[in-house]
Every structure is written in C-alpha cells, then in structure tokens.
Design a protein around this ligand. Structure first.
Ligand code: MG
Length: 256
C-alpha cells in the first residue's frame, strides 16, 4: 500500500531522517584504514540510540528459515559487495577500499533510510568515478520525482544515466516507499520505462537508491544468506536518500 503522510507524519519522518544523516556523519568521521566494520557499526548504533532512535536493520528478518535475522545495526559492504554486508570484528578497512554503508533509523514510529559509499584513504580514479556516477544517478532520478510524474520516469532517468556512463544497475534490488514500515509500496527499480507505474503525489516518502556496478549487472548472494556481491568481482557503489514528494520540487530528508 502506498501511504500518503500527513503534516504531522512528515515532521516525524524528518526527525528519523535527521538521525540517519547524523549517524552517517559519525561513521564518515571515523572511517580510516585499520578500523573494523564492527567498530563503525558500534559507532552507528550508539549514535542512533543517543538520538532516541532504534537501528531498524538490527534483527531484520532474512526471509530464509535457516538464516538468522540481520545481526548488526548497519549494512557494511566493501568493494565488490553491493549491499547487505555484515559488519565484522575481523574485517579491517584497507587504504584504497570503498565502503558502502546503508542504515535505517526508526524514531517515534517512522523510518529514515540512507546509504553512501565512502572512500577509505586514497582510492583509485576508477573507484572515485563509480562513486560520483552513483551519486549523480540519484540526482538525475529525482529531477523527475515530482507531483504528477510516474515512478517509471524516475527509474528510467536513473537507469539511462548509469548506462550512459558505462556502468550497470542492479536489477534484483530497488528503492521503495518508506514510513512506518521500512519497506512500503511502491517499489522503485533503478531502470525502467518512462511513463509507467503509479503517479507521484505530495506526501509520499520514498527511498531512492541507485546501486551501481562497474562491470556486468549480475550479482550473487554469499552463503551467509545476506551479503550480495558482484558476480564479476568488479566494484559496486550505493547512494540513497529518503525524499518527500511535494507540490513542487522533492525535499531530500536525509541531507541536513
Ligand atoms: Mg537503505
């Protein structure tokens, strides 16, 4: 079901999104070679709790009978890991790595969802370009995130921009409506046909999240039942904000 948020609900969405943004800032400030993804996850968890929020990814159901719920407060995906990487005490970041961090803050019943890919120390020009294109893909998409346009207009803009830059978008995962639930309708693929899908209306809150692969579009799931990696081993980047559809331009709620 697509939910249209009331004025009051929008205020609560903004608060949750603000926590997500502040938490990202805390992570970004602590990223350096030698730190483990578990340590970064602890920083994120403590930041969210201090701000009166709950890390909503923790204990998120896997969807498999034999795979435990998500064990951490953030998803931390390194290099060829696309999304849903599990923070680990045994994974130290190295100079030249790229780290995708995806987190959801749940505050007063509403969710704020945000992802970024960060450079660890000095990274290659190719990796830098991938991160920049992924970010730009989001902004190309939200040019169309306006009242009366359709979801397919946003999807198409993201997919075509990424293709024009020589990269691939992930097909199996997509953006989504967000509110009281982390994942609400509509689904928002990062590719598609313009003019298709539901019409956008003021009061919709959406998580738009290009997931971009340097090489081919194919992905694999690791045996942990969570981590998604690129099949060809090439790098992947992620850029996500929660936005609000308004009467005019969209508002980006996870950028302070
Ligand atoms: Mg997310």
């Amino acid at each position: 079901m697509v939910t249209i948020k009331s004025k009051k609900e929008i205020e609560l969405m903004k608060e949750a999104c603000k926590v997500a943004a502040v938490t990202h800032k805390a992570i970004e400030e602590n990223i350096k070679p030698g730190i483990t993804t578990w340590e970064l996850d602890q920083i994120a968890e403590q930041t969210m709790i201090k701000l009166g929020a709950i890390p909503a990814e923790k204990n998120y159901p896997s969807g498999y009978d034999d795979v435990p719920n998500f064990p951490a407060s953030t998803c931390m995906s390194i290099n060829d890991e696309v999304i849903h990487g599990i923070p680990s005490k045994y994974r130290k970041l190295k100079e030249g790595d790229i780290l995708s961090v995806d987190l959801v803050a749940l505050k007063d019943g509403f969710n704020g969802d945000m992802a970024r890919t960060y450079a660890v120390g000095k990274i290659s020009k190719d990796a830098q370009r991938l991160i920049e294109v992924t970010k730009k893909a989001f902004f190309e998409g939200i040019k169309y995130a306006k009242k009366g346009n359709r979801i397919g207009d946003v999807s198409h803009a993201i997919g075509e921009y990424v293709r024009s830059q020589g990269y691939s978008v992930v097909r199996e995962f997509q953006g989504h409506g967000i509110g009281r639930q982390m994942h609400e309708d509509p689904g928002i693929p990062n590719y598609g046909k313009a003019g298709k899908g539901i019409r956008l209306e003021p009061g919709m809150t959406l998580a738009i999240e290009p997931m971009v692969i340097q090489g081919k579009q194919d992905i694999l799931e690791l045996e942990d039942g969570w981590t998604i990696v690129t099949e060809d081993g090439s790098l992947s980047a992620h850029y996500e904000n929660t936005i609000l559809i308004t009467e005019k331009e969209p508002e980006i709620l996870t950028i302070l």
